[in-house]
Design a binder for this molecule. Structure first.
Ligand code: AMP
Ligand code: GLY
Length: 434
């Protein structure tokens, strides 16, 4: 492949995919950019295509017809269902792991067994396929536990329990009531560990890895890190806790062993591997692996990449990561998620969003759309997480101030956003200065 222009298809329609579309559009090598299905934000950088992320036949036919050179996949559902295998079989280039490698996210019981075999630090866990067995085990415990649906549950299948009795109730819900269907047929019961959370993402191509700048996501709904877990209410990058020492340890003790293990098992990973970590007193431990960019982490990490984004994506697909070195904007970025009333539960769609242009006109501000759609000249809400308002600054405090100045210009009925995104980074002193 030469260094000509590339036509790109981005699969997905959230804030992450909007950030991917903007990163692609900044590349001098971008030809035509398509986003399926996209949203009212992605259409500023790409042409939206009315195809569902699970419509593999439709996406393959579109990629052929429009001479797409490279497809980038955002969400986990198509990856875990085998979109990459299908595109590869059709002779089309695609960024992301095959179905068997994506299992590291789609099957938490499998991820635990891989971690065990590769000796990767993680919370102690047991796997159950029968509720009676889970219950019998839990009745022998006397501490806080975490119960997780083994399959995909849109970030809602993890239940933190203070007592074994709550854990029994959680297992019964997942395994017997089955709100997430077969995703809850198997559960993972973990010891509850403590510490600050960190997301470390790496580009991976077989055994080659290129670690990205760190981020921290705020998972809970309300200020002070309280309330129910959500898909993420805001994020910032870099995370001061992710010192060079921590990152080198994560690379050596977690990333290299897991990609070697996947490769040895015959499931080489290609794409982005996301490690959700907890920094415990005993060192970093893995909470989860994801097989894709995070949302909202992508909205704060991707804008900081100064290198040519498409060349990086191509290096992954072509197995040339050894040569990859990324030039980063050193300035921190903070992203505040604006959500609909009721999120993470049921929400009402169709509220008119105002102030978007005013917010985006502020210095160093970008507003990424998640659940939005255009109706004539209005932009309307659609779903739970609606926007990620991001800003960069010389310090985390300045980036945070700018992000909130921008968010405060935006309005839609029932909107909710946290006021304290990045609070841990402000006045936070790195534990070492290596
Ligand atoms: P996960 O989707 O597995 O990352 O879990 C979602 C969230 O639940 C994490 O971001 C943590 O806040 C929390 N969590 C998951 N596993 C544990 C654990 N073993 N101990 C304490 N908190 C956890
Ligand atoms: N922000 C968490 C995730 O993307 O899974």
């Amino acid at each position: 492949m030469g260094y000509g222009k590339l036509n790109i298809l981005i699969v997905g329609g959230g804030g992450r995919e909007h950030a991917m579309a903007e990163a692609v559009a900044r590349s001098s090598r971008a030809g035509r950019i398509y986003c399926a299905p996209g949203n009212a934000g992605t259409e500023q950088a790409a042409e939206n295509v009315a195809l569902d992320v699970m419509d593999f036949d439709g996406l393959i036919a579109f990629a052929r017809e429009r001479q797409v050179d490279l497809t980038l996949v955002g969400p986990e559902a198509p990856l875990c269902t085998g979109i990459v295998d299908r595109f590869q079989k059709a002779g089309l280039r695609i960024f992301g792991p095959t179905k068997s490698a994506a299992k590291i996210e789609g099957d938490k019981a499998y991820a635990k067994s891989l971690m065990r075999s590769a000796d990767i630090p993680t919370a102690e866990a047991r796997v159950f396929t029968e509720f009676a067995d889970a219950r019998a085990y839990l009745l022998t415990r006397d501490e806080g536990l975490v119960v997780k649906a083994s399959g995909l549950a849109a970030g809602k299948g993890v239940i933190l329990c203070d007592t074994p009795a709550q854990a029994v109730f959680a297992c019964e819900k997942l395994m017997v009531e089955r709100p997430f269907g077969d995703a809850g047929r198997t559960v993972v019961v973990e010891e509850r560990i403590k510490g600050e959370e960190l997301s470390v993402l790496a580009l991976v191509s077989g055994r080659g890895i290129c670690i990205l700048e760190s981020a921290q996501d705020h998972k809970t709904l309300s200020d002070g890190d309280t309330g129910p877990n959500t898909g993420g209410m805001g994020a910032y990058s870099p995370a001061p806790r992710a010192t060079q020492t921590v990152l080198r340890g994560v690379e050596r003790d977690i990333l290299l062993p897991i990609v070697d293990c996947l490769d040895r098992e015959g499931h080489p990973f290609q794409g982005v591997l996301y490690v959700g970590l907890m920094l415990t007193v005993a060192g970093p431990k893995v909470l989860e692996f994801n097989c894709r960019f995070g949302d909202p982490e992508a909205q704060v990490i991707l804008p900081r990449i100064r290198s040519d984004f498409l060349s990086l994506m191509e290096a992954v697909v072509e197995g040339r990561l050894e040569d990859a070195a990324i030039d980063w904007d050193p300035r921190p970025t903070v992203g505040v998620v604006m959500a609909s009333a009721g999120y993470p539960g049921a929400v009402e769609d169709g509220k008119v969003i105002t102030g978007l242009d005013e917010a985006a006109a502020l210095p160093d501000v970008t507003v990424y759309h998640s659940g939005t759609r255009r109706l004539d000249h209005h932009i309307l809400t659609k779903g739970g997480r609606i926007l990620t308002v991001t800003a960069s600054g010389d310090t985390h405090a300045e980036a945070q101030r700018r992000a909130y100045q921008a968010a405060d210009r935006i309005h839609f009925d029932g909107m909710h956003y946290r006021r304290d995104i990045a609070h841990r980074a402000i006045g936070d002193v790195p534990v070492d200065s290596a």
